[in-house]
Design a protein around this ligand. Structure first.
Ligand SMILES: Nc1ncnc2c1ncn2[C@@H]1O[C@H](COP(=O)(O)OP(=O)(O)OP(=O)(O)O)[C@@H](O)[C@H]1O
Length: 234
């Protein structure tokens, strides 16, 4: 088995006439966290949406050795890609339990159930708020809920788009611990993140995106965080 779980090759994408991605090459290592950083508006979210098939491309997106760029989103999910979108996209009129349950649609074995003990073991607050509406919990709790919803699809690769956005430090700490635990157990993660401290606490590999292209990639052993800040300042 290759140690690369996901690879994109010269991926280009546009919204109508407006080209956003100009040829993005990224490799995500199996069992590690790979982080894409860059200023606002450079195309990070568009890139993640392209991997999920929410934005179209004809260029190769290779997951577990198989080209997936022509597959619909739900098939990519069933192949083992979990997606936690920016802004979380919780169903506000469904309960916490129902929101998690929806994630089982992404399982490839048609089993629509999840191990409550396992999920609530990771995120105890979701057990306390099991019957609350998704719209009536805090942003940090919604972020934990969005991660739980993705995890019950049994992904091999978890894609997270700015999971710390608007979230208080104590919850960021909890999310950090859960992700580190899952990565220790073999989960691969592709993260888009602006917060350097959070990225630093979990990442093995960094890509810097600027104007729809990767301009730098760095192993955590070689990373100079002061230099990285230059690419993040607005
Ligand atoms: N649905 C859309 N239709 C048209 N243009 C869009 C759409 N979504 C994003 N864009 C534009 O694409 C560009 C890249 O946006 P994108 O959200 O991918 O960047 P980003 O690096 O993720 O930024 P941020 O950190 O602010 O989320 C921006 O100029 C944005 O205005």
């Amino acid at each position: 088995m290759s140690n690369i779980i996901l690879e994109t090759k010269n991926v280009r994408a546009a919204y109508g006439e407006s080209r956003i991605l100009w040829g993005v090459d990224v490799q995500v290592q199996r069992g590690k966290v790979t982080t894409i950083m860059g200023r606002n508006g450079v195309g990070k979210t568009t890139f993640l949406r392209t991997i999920m098939g929410l934005v179209k491309t004809k260029d190769p997106i290779i997951f577990n050795g198989e080209e997936i760029q022509y597959l619909p989103t739900y098939k990519r999910a069933r192949k083992g890609i979990g997606y936690v979108p920016q802004g979380r996209e919780i169903f506000s009129k469904l309960t916490v339990y129902e929101n998690i349950f929806i994630g089982t649609e992404a399982r490839n074995d048609s089993i629509h159930s999840f191990d409550e003990e396992e999920i609530y073991g990771l995120f105890p607050i979701l057990e306390d708020f099991r019957n609350r509406l998704g719209g009536n919990i805090s942003g940090g709790q919604q972020q934990q809920l969005a991660i739980a919803r993705a995890l019950v699809g049994k992904p091999n690769l978890l894609i997270l788009d700015e999971p710390t956005e608007g979230i208080q430090p104590s919850v960021i700490q909890e999310i950090t611990e859960v992700l580190n635990h899952l990565v220790d157990q073999g989960l691969s993660v592709l993260l888009v993140e602006q917060k350097l401290d959070f990225a630093r606490s979990i990442s093995s590999y960094y890509y810097i995106m600027d104007r729809g292209k990767i301009v730098k990639h760095i192993d955590k052993m070689d990373v100079d965080f002061e230099e990285l800040k230059i690419y993040l300042s607005i």
